[in-house]
Design a protein around this ligand. Structure first.
Ligand SMILES: NC(=O)c1ccc[n+]([C@@H]2O[C@H](COP(=O)([O-])OP(=O)(O)OC[C@H]3O[C@@H](n4cnc5c(N)ncnc54)[C@H](OP(=O)(O)O)[C@@H]3O)[C@@H](O)[C@H]2O)c1
Length: 306
């Protein structure tokens, strides 16, 4: 298998361009199952795992790494500061929770999971009830200032954001002393986000694609299926290859050993074929979709900058 490419972040760090998505469902049982398929992924060559406090899988990442016997420093771990913590805990307390779950003294990348702060009863990551914005919560600028301190202390080797639009990045950069290294957002051929990509490129912020394969709807698009036949790979491999050719990190989640291997082993698309994939864009969100009132997780589409 060819070596997984790495992208340079604004800190100089090299992030593996293909990571394993670490979301494993909403129940405790589903979280615990992650150990098995994360271990398979590590055995299959993954050296980058994307998790979050809010996924409930941090401790299973730790278990899988321990069982793999691979030294911690050979694995890139990303985790995220959850949207219910700001104002209730300092960023350092949030990260300390995650470090304890992950059984490590540092993370390679710490992301502010969402720009908004919500109320989430203290039921842990399994909470599935309504999501309401919290009044008098810290702004993301204030939380970012705390995250910057974690970078200075070395507990987070790189820091970044997630679900940030150009509008909110502009607002963040008005007060930020450190430019985020990464912005992790929903990104796939039906949501190619050309303006956000151009803005992040100009600011030296690397994009990470979540929902990178775009689920069945994008994987069964006729152009993607045609290209899969041409390159003799799966539709998911075409889509992931397109991201990586654009300089976008991908974190596909698969609990299946064979699909995990496929997702690490990508063809090189011709520029014309990459352009064909880019032209499928329809600004369509598939994962975090606004509801019928234009609200996404407590914020309006306008507040999100979508
Ligand atoms: N920052 C955020 O707010 C945020 C939000 C959502 C997700 N994320 C991150 O992004 C990761 C991935 O997102 P996602 O799960 O929404 O999208 P995804 O990885 O594109 O889709 C996962 C689904 O695709 C299937 N799949 C994976 N590889 C495949 C292949 N080669 N062929 C066919 N099917 C394949 C998986 O099934 P099998 O497991 O059966 O293979 C699973 O059902 C998450 O795990 C999480 O780490 C972040």
């Amino acid at each position: 298998m060819a070596a997984v490419p790495k992208f340079k972040l604004n800190t100089g760090a090299l992030i593996p361009a293909i990571g394993l998505g670490g979301w494993s469902g909403t129940t405790k049982e589903q979280h615990a199952q992650a150990t098995t398929w994360m271990l398979t992924a590590l055995k299959n060559g993954y050296r980058h795992i994307d998790t979050a406090w809010g996924y409930g899988t941090e401790k299973y990442v730790a278990e899988a790494i321990k069982l793999s016997g691979i030294p911690r420093e050979e694995i890139w771990i990303t985790t995220k500061l959850p949207w219910n913590h700001p104002g209730l805990k300092t960023a350092e307390e949030s990260l300390d929770d995650s470090l304890s779950n992950l059984n490590t003294s540092y993370v390679d990348l710490y992301l502010l999971h969402w720009p908004q702060v919500i109320d989430w009863p203290d039921e842990g990551p399994e909470y599935q009830g309504p999501v309401n914005p919290r009044a008098n919560a810290p702004t993301f600028n204030e939380t970012w200032a705390q995250i910057e301190e974690l970078y200075k202390k070395g507990k987070a080797k790189n820091i970044g954001v997630s679900n940030f639009s150009v509008k909110n990045l502009e607002k963040l950069l008005q007060t930020a002393k450190i430019t985020p290294a990464v912005n992790q957002v929903e990104l796939h051929p039906y949501l190619a986000q050309p303006q956000l990509k151009e803005y992040c490129d100009a600011k030296g912020i690397v994009l990470t694609a979540y929902t990178p394969t775009g689920y069945d709807i994008v994987r069964s698009d006729p152009t993607i299926v045609e290209l899969a036949k041409k390159y003799k790979v799966s539709p998911a491999q075409i889509i992931l290859a397109w991201h990586v050719a654009r300089g976008v990190v991908v974190v596909p989640k698969s609990s299946n050993a064979s699909r995990q291997r496929d997702n690490l082993n990508l063809p090189t698309l011709s520029p014309e074929d990459s352009q064909r994939v880019t032209s499928l864009n329809r600004d369509q969100r598939l994962c975090n979709k606004p509801d019928e009132h234009g609200i996404v997780s407590g914020w309006s589409v306008e507040q999100m900058g979508w």
